[in-house]
Design a binder for this molecule. Structure first.
Ligand code: FES
Length: 180
């Protein structure tokens, strides 16, 4: 089908096989994530293909895509940054850090840099409220952000290296939770 990345059909069929035939529509979310991984975003062609492949309405596909902030309907940069601007992170300085990040990238949330290297999205919650301010780059998560830490992450990415993300485990003591 036009506009469908090569190999996606086969990957989707493998995913669909994990579900009982009468519930193939339950594969919608993993199939959409697979499509996004292949294409970089979820185009109108992919939406239509997902609907017919899974036997759901196009409206249902759009509902699911709109619900999950990790799903994109627009092309993203090579490094897609999801920056949390929700309450817990805001109380720890996320607002000014977001402005700092925007100024470093030269874009506002929702935009892609001219060289296509970065895109930025302000998102609601990354489930790391105790370790905020937090952001995701691709699948790597970064916690307790500061301007210095953001500088370091961006520098590494500009050199084509993905810095190792943070794990919540060593940080648990920082918020007074038991470590065992
Ligand atoms: S509020 Fe930022 S991770 Fe939950």
């Amino acid at each position: 089908m036009n506009g469908i990345p090569q190999g996606l059909e086969q990957k989707a069929n493998e995913i669909i096989l994990r579900y009982p035939p009468e519930h193939r529509n339950a594969a919608l979310v993993p199939v959409l994530f697979e499509a996004q991984k292949s294409l970089g975003y979820l185009s109108p062609e992919v939406e239509a293909w997902a609907a017919s492949t899974l036997g759901v309405t196009p409206v249902r596909v759009r509902e699911v895509i709109s619900f999950y902030s990790m799903m994109r309907r627009e092309p993203a940069g090579k490094y897609h940054i999801m920056f949390c601007h929700n309450v817990a992170c805001s109380m720890r300085g996320a607002e000014s850090l977001q402005r700092y990040l925007e100024s470093k990238l030269g874009i506002a949330a929702g935009e892609v840099t001219q060289d296509g290297l970065f895109s930025l999205a302000a998102v609601e919650c990354l489930g790391a409220c105790g370790w905020g301010p937090a952001m995701l780059v691709g699948e790597e998560q970064y916690f307790q952000l500061t301007q210095e830490k953001i500088d370091k992450i961006l520098d590494e990415l500009r050199q084509g290296r993905m810095p190792a993300g943070d794990s919540p485990t060593p940080l648990i003591g920082n918020v007074g939770l038991p470590t065992e």
